[in-house]
Design a binder for this molecule. Structure first.
Ligand code: PLP
Length: 454
């Protein structure tokens, strides 16, 4: 049977062999020691599935890099890119353009509060760079507070803000970033036994950090509304409202990084909508157009935008608001609205993924905790439920993790993996039956993890 893009299995195999050979000769990959890599070739993708170079179909519970919120090859988005390509492929950022203007309107309409000016970037990291630059210029202050257990991107400031091991080799200690602990009850820094205690103590810790760093030196606090790669730790009630209050008290800009959590992932347009909090700046990328063409940006509150009414904003990029990328965003947002895709993410999370993963936790001793919302879930794998010893060390991997992920893949399921965690982060469009198919494969694969428990 042909692949969804019309390739016969033989043609796909031939193409895949050449793609692999050239990749190993010429492609330099992200975050990797190059000689150890054996990248899987993807020959086709459709909806919630991808096809490998041998024509095998795999259910994509990773949404690639948690970005294909609308699924693969959504026909309305593909058509919009094709139409825009025929109409106008590229234009410099200084001109106005209908695709860019409409994308900005659609995004502004969905952001909380009055964050209705949009600065477009190429992806998430540069959105973070610009949000921080705006905050520093707006406040005239140098420092930025960011939490441990976070990811904000691979560029200079963004990687310094990052609270995971990817920062270590890139950090020269001169970035003006100060890290603090956010709430994470399963591995609490605060000896908290309830969500309320965790929230209150994490806020006290942040308040102390601000006091000891000097409130007048702090431009911004940046937080993922729900931290993604770091573990999908949904903040306890009151935490983000408390951060908002601390920012207000000290004139600090609150940046919500919604690069991964935004555009439907949590069952709301923005993750921060789950907490009724309005930040000053929102960074977005990934789900804004599902990554069909690279796009990111910053949504800006009026008081920060006003700083640059009569003062030049010292930043920009050749492809800011690129027509192909913004046309894809317009089609993505309209399709998500018309087809109830954000609502589907909320429903699948509440009715199928959450209960399904909790049921797995009853039977698999390797599951220490299940947490998440929408189509944004993590399962924390442990060697010992009592001590919570992780099944792989922080920053590393282990045979137990590798075997579990390989078993899932061999049975047709792609997972997102980080250290000792498996993330269940399918497209927001996933159906109930596809979700159950994936959970059944996960159930089988977890028996390999169980074999490594005490
Ligand atoms: N911020 C968050 C929360 C992310 O998850 C990511 C990427 O995963 C980024 C920023 C960086 O985005 P990009 O890889 O598009 O530069």
């Amino acid at each position: 049977m042909s692949l969804p893009n019309g390739l016969t299995p033989d043609a796909a195999r031939e193409q895949a062999a050449r793609a692999y050979e050239l990749d190993r000769k010429h492609v330099f990959h992200s975050w990797a020691a190059q000689s150890t890599l054996k990248p899987m070739v993807i020959s086709a993708a459709q909806g919630s599935y991808v096809w490998d170079g041998d024509g095998n179909r795999l259910l994509d519970f990773s949404s690639q890099m948690v970005n294909t919120n609308i699924g693969h090859q959504h026909p309305k988005v593909v058509a919009a890119i094709q139409e825009q390509a025929a109409k106008l492929c590229t234009i410099a950022p200084g001109y106005a353009n209908d695709a860019r203007s409409e994308a900005a309107r659609l995004i502004a309409e969905r952001t909380p509060g009055e964050l209705n000016r949009i600065f477009f970037t190429n992806a998430g990291a540069d959105a973070v760079e610009h949000a921080v630059r705006m905050a520093r210029l707006h406040t005239g202050r140098p420092k930025v507070l960011a939490r441990y257990r976070s990811y904000h991107g691979g560029t200079e400031t963004a990687v310094n803000l990052t609270g995971d091991p990817r920062r270590w080799p890139n950090d020269h200690g001169n970035s003006g970033v100060v890290h603090f602990f956010g709430p994470f009850r399963y591995r609490s820094q605060f000896y908290a036994s309830t969500e309320a205690e965790e929230s209150q103590r994490a806020l006290e810790h942040l308040e102390q950090t601000i006091a000891l760093e000097g409130p007048g030196t702090i431009a911004a606090i940046i937080l993922e509304s729900v931290p993604g790669t770091a573990g999908i730790m949904v903040p306890p009630p009151g935490y983000l409202a408390g951060v908002r209050e601390l920012c207000d008290r000290h004139g600090i800009v609150f940046i919500a990084d919604e690069v991964m959590a935004g555009f439907g992932r949590t069952g709301k347009w923005f993750a921060i909508d789950n907490f009724d909090v309005v930040p000053d700046l929102i960074t977005f990328a990934k789900g804004v157009n599902s990554g069909y063409v690279p796009l990111g940006g910053v949504a800006i509150a009026p008081h920060i935008a006003a700083t640059f009414d009569n003062r030049v904003y010292p930043g920009g990029l050749t492809y800011s608001g690129h027509p192909l990328a913004t046309a894809a965003a317009v089609a993505t947002i309209n399709a998500m609205q018309e087809e109830g895709i954000v609502e589907n993410a909320a429903d699948i999370g509440a009715r199928v993924i959450g209960p399904g993963l909790r049921e797995l936790a009853e039977r698999h001793p390797s599951i220490g905790e299940v947490r998440g919302l929408g189509v944004f879930w993590a399962i924390e794998l442990v060697r010992d439920r009592e001590t919570r010893e992780p099944l792989a060390p922080y920053g590393g991997t282990s045979p137990a993790m590798t075997e579990t992920v390989a078993a899932a893949k061999a049975a047709g399921l792609l997972l997102f993996v980080n250290f000792n965690r498996l993330h269940v982060v399918p497209p927001c469009t996933i159906s109930e039956s596809e979700t159950k198919e994936g959970l059944a494969i996960l159930d089988q694969a977890l028996t390999l993890a169980d074999a490594h428990t005490v």
